[in-house]
Ligand binder design. Structure first.
Ligand SMILES: [Zn+2]
Ligand SMILES: [Zn+2]
Length: 253
């Protein structure tokens, strides 16, 4: 049985914990501060991410999903302190918009998970956040300050996180190499573009996405900005326009 998580060190006090054997190739990030640790995203919940975190740190951990989709909140079961954006409080507390049946189908797509879980038992996490976040909030880890950026479009309460001191941007599902999704009912293609423009103004030195390769250049932000702006000029930045393909990424509208 393959070890489910792969952990890599990014710098002295930043780690990425990935699920590379699942088709979604999720990446979660563990940021160690002097007083607290922050876990950005918690993966699919197929294996226990908390055990991986505890191999790295004994600090109290705050878990913050970039947004309330099953592949980001799956590991929240083991964290008593977690925060979400105000617009997705309802999703995490009681009204997740997709059925467990739909999520189970997405989970097994192209993957045989039989060694790891019984998929029929898989349920989307629901629980009560300790704190509600809004744009501009700072998550204070002691010697590290992480800024919350509300970046809706992929989902209404999607957040990116920016650390000014390092220039690290944790981009969630807003930007990654691969196929981006703005086709669900709860997505908003116009807001997606506005969010990309919002982060394109930041002094970003590295982009850390929630899916696929972390070997990604900061240029991808301006590429996505330009691509979506072109789609908008053609009058196609709306649901139902289909798939648009670019060099390192594509988007389904
Ligand atoms: Zn998502
Ligand atoms: Zn995702």
């Amino acid at each position: 049985m393959e070890k489910w998580f792969v952990t890599k060190q990014i710098n002295k006090n930043t780690f990425v914990i990935s699920e590379p054997y699942h088709w979604e190739e999720t990446n979660c990030y563990l940021l160690l501060g002097s007083k607290k640790a922050l876990l950005i995203d918690t993966g699919l919940g197929i294996c226990n991410i908390c055990d991986e975190v505890r191999k790295i740190t004994k600090l109290p951990v705050v878990a913050v999903p970039t947004h309330v989709h099953w592949d980001h909140i799956g590991g929240l079961w083991d964290f008593s302190e977690f925060y979400v954006h105000e617009l997705e409080k309802d999703w995490i507390e009681e009204n997740f918009p997709l059925s467990n049946e739909f999520v189970r189908k997405m989970l097994v797509k192209g993957n045989n998970l039989i060694e790891y879980i019984n998929v029929d038992d898989y349920a989307v996490f629901q629980g009560n956040p300790k704190k509600i976040l809004i744009d501009g909030d700072i998550i204070d880890l002691g010697n590290r300050k992480i800024k919350v950026l509300h970046t809706p479009g992929h989902s209404p309460g999607h957040m990116c996180f920016f650390e000014e001191a390092t220039g690290y941007l944790f981009s969630g599902d807003l930007i990654y190499k691969g196929t981006l999704f703005a086709n669900y009912e709860s997505t908003d293609p116009e807001k997606y573009l506005e969010s990309v423009q919002k982060i394109s103004n930041l002094p970003v030195k590295r982009v850390f996405p929630a899916h696929h390769s972390i070997d990604i250049l900061t240029d991808i932000i301006s590429d996505v900005d330009k691509g979506l702006t072109d789609i908008k000029k053609q009058g196609k930045l709306c649901h139902g326009s289909g798939l648009f393909e670019f060099n390192q990424w594509s988007i389904i509208l």
